[in-house]
Design a protein around this ligand. Structure first.
Ligand SMILES: NC(=O)c1ccc[n+]([C@@H]2O[C@H](COP(=O)([O-])OP(=O)(O)OC[C@H]3O[C@@H](n4cnc5c(N)ncnc54)[C@H](O)[C@@H]3O)[C@@H](O)[C@H]2O)c1
Length: 413
């Protein structure tokens, strides 16, 4: 892949100052021209989350200029007071010509449209979670990026979180023993989103965390969701994800309707148990040397088949609790660095388009289960025209035109 904008003198004046609004001090905000080889990155959608990208990107090595793009003039005005962006615009099409890459942080239902426009214009794209809100759209983005030889990355921020890396190490290195069960809780009072339900808003995080720490993808899902404060939009949801190849079931609980803010992943292993609490700043990971003497239940005196199957565990192990040191760095900074490195090295990012597609396939299957009350198999037929690897060294198991939302088969739980 080549950077498209070698002529770094041609940019000035390309930003439409009129469309950015008269009140905005565009001229003063314009920074230094980028050095040769440095990227000009546009952030489309500079609300709550996009403004964080605008804050982080300028300090990422390899980024020369950041352009903030939002329909909302007040947002651009506020940003211009806080950050020294290269430029501002109210419309992506007006500035596409000067961009090498685009971060899409608009509301979820607009992701596919905005990302496709950027890819069509030859820009590398990082799309916030979820990659898209339908399997068909997500597949189209992956195929478009493949055809154009461009980087497509999903903003699965937790895959760039050092605490999640630690949890993955604990699981993958066998520290916790055999994994019996994982459950996650992402709860709070709000924020009700305008264009998606709680499943598409919050569950992408937990599904991507589970896929990542277990290094596997679920085969089937059953889900339930309820509408409460809002009559039509689901605000509480539970997912049961069946990781058949691992012989375990993980549960995800997401809610906009809870009195307490909770961001927690609990892993129950045969040797130890671990909790990742994203709100516990200094002790995000806790490892509990706790367990039950399951042998006495399943393999003890009379074995699992014995008369004794109903007996309770004979012993509980109540060991210590460890909080491993985590060299924490803001995950969004790591994610953005990874995006830029993937572009410069011409490699698939860790959370590439295919891992975003897999998350969308799982959520679409969960939504189908919510509607039918059935267990839904998730179809991961490989994309026919895609590369064989999804992320470093990991065989891809996802995607293809056949794997539409409707293609997942259903069965009774
Ligand atoms: N990775 C994470 O941890 C994380 C956290 C929060 C939100 N998000 C994601 O970030 C995205 C944005 O969420 P938010 O909470 O910041 O929403 P938000 O409503 O605060 O911001 C969205 C912004 O996009 C702008 N916008 C919409 N369509 C546009 C278009 N076509 N062109 C230009 N601007 C446009 C709106 O004016 C608004 O300012 C969502 O996809 C959400 O899922 C990710």
């Amino acid at each position: 892949m080549q950077y498209r904008h070698d002529d770094h003198t041609a940019w000035s004046g390309l930003i439409d100052r009129e469309s950015a609004g008269a009140a905005l001090p565009i001229g003063e905000a314009v920074g230094e021209p980028a050095r040769r080889g440095e990227l000009t990155i546009g952030v489309v959608g500079c609300g709550y989350w996009g403004s964080k990208h605008v804050r982080v990107l300028p300090s990422v090595e390899g980024v020369g200029r950041v352009v903030a793009i939002d329909h909302n003039q007040r947002i651009l005005d506020a940003l211009s007071e806080r950050y020294s962006c290269f430029g501002y615009s109210r419309s992506l099409p007006e500035v596409l010509d000067i961009l090498d890459a685009v971060v899409v942080a608009t509301p979820p239902r607009t992701h596919a449209m905005v990302a496709a426009a950027a890819l069509e214009a030859g820009c590398h794209v990082l799309v916030e979670k979820p990659l898209a809100t339908s399997v068909t759209e997500a597949e189209e983005l992956v195929k478009l990026a493949d055809r154009r030889g461009l980087v497509l990355m999903s903003g699965h921020t937790f895959e760039y979180n050092p605490a999640v890396w630690k949890l993955r190490d604990l699981i993958q290195q066998g520290e916790l023993g055999q994994i019996f069960h994982v459950n996650t809780a992402r709860l709070n009072l709000g924020l009700y989103q305008g264009d998606v339900n709680v499943l598409w808003d919050l569950a992408p995080h937990d599904v991507s965390i589970l896929n990542y720490v277990l290094d596997a993808r679920p085969s089937s899902v059953s889900a339930w969701a309820g509408t409460h404060a809002h009559r039509q939009v689901e605000d509480v949801a539970y997912l049961r994800l069946h990781f058949d190849e691992l012989g375990l079931v993980a549960q995800v609980h997401v809610s906009w309707l809870d009195p307490c803010k909770v961001r927690r992943v609990t892993v129950l292993g045969s040797r130890k148990m671990a909790i990742y609490d994203d709100l516990a700043e200094d002790e995000r990971i806790k490892v509990f040397d706790k367990g039950v003497a399951v042998d006495s239940v399943h393999h003890g005196a009379g074995s699992a088949e014995s008369d004794d199957v109903g007996s309770r565990p004979a012993a509980y192990r109540q060991g210590g609790i460890e909080c491993p040191y985590i060299d924490f760095e803001e995950p969004l900074a790591i994610e953005n660095r990874s995006f830029v490195q993937s572009i410069r090295r011409d490699v698939e990012p860790p959370s590439g388009g295919r891992s975003g597609l897999a998350v969308v396939q799982i959520l679409a299957a969960a939504e189908r289960s919510m509607a039918t009350g059935r267990l839904v198999d998730i179809d991961y037929t490989p994309l026919v025209d895609g590369p064989l690897l999804d992320g470093p060294g990991r065989p891809t198991t996802v995607g293809t035109a056949a794997a539409r939302d409707t293609a997942s088969s259903e069965r009774r739980p």
